[in-house]
Design a protein around this ligand. Structure first.
Ligand code: HEM
Length: 145
């Protein structure tokens, strides 16, 4: 169970980062070039929302089955003192959940406005913030190493 989830979470991360980057760029370009918000823009944003939410769900289950979770038995102080356990058990989950809040907000807020430029702006900026947050807390050394 753990091995499968870890592998899926690890590979799905590529899909999340690629799709979110494309959806963000598409919206920002649409905003700056004053394009019409079309069906493919809607689909790109929705696709980004769905793949990132799937990653969130996989991550939430992985958290409790990962050997990292056992480190909590050492107590909060020990977990926070070590950069690795702090990243896996505290920073990566909390910052990524926050990133998902931004992405979900961007998606919900774009539906509340009728103007195309505002739709692009809301998705573009909120997804960009979410993406920066995700990138800031990826365990790069173990992922790519
Ligand atoms: C939604 C965006 C997320 C992305 C893009 C992401 C990405 C990643 C990546 C690239 C790794 C490294 C995998 C490896 O070493 O091969 C990782 C590990 C991990 N992630 Fe996430 N993650 C996300 C959300 C979450 C959430 C919300 C949680 C928990 C609530 C979580 C829990 C974990 C855990 C526990 C590990 C370490 C697994 C282990 O080595 O045992 N992730 N994540």
């Amino acid at each position: 169970m753990y091995a499968i989830l870890k592998t899926v979470h690890s590979y799905w991360a590529y899909i999340v980062l690629i799709i979110l980057t494309l959806a963000t760029l598409r919206s920002l370009i649409g905003f700056f070039t004053k394009k019409t918000f079309g069906v493919s823009d809607f689909r790109a944003g929705l696709f980004g929302l769905i793949v990132s939410h799937i990653q969130l769900l996989i991550g939430l289950i992985l958290y409790f089955v990962s050997p990292w979770f056992d480190q909590w038995s050492q107590g909060m102080g020990a977990v926070m003192k070590d950069a690795q356990t702090r990243l896996y058990l505290v920073e990566h989950p909390t910052i990524n959940i926050l990133a998902l809040v931004f992405i979900t907000l961007g998606w919900s807020l774009h539906k509340r406005v009728a103007e195309d430029s505002k739709k692009f702006f809301r998705i573009g900026t909120f997804y960009a913030i979410g993406l920066v947050l995700l990138l800031s807390r990826i365990p790069w050394s173990t992922w790519l190493g």
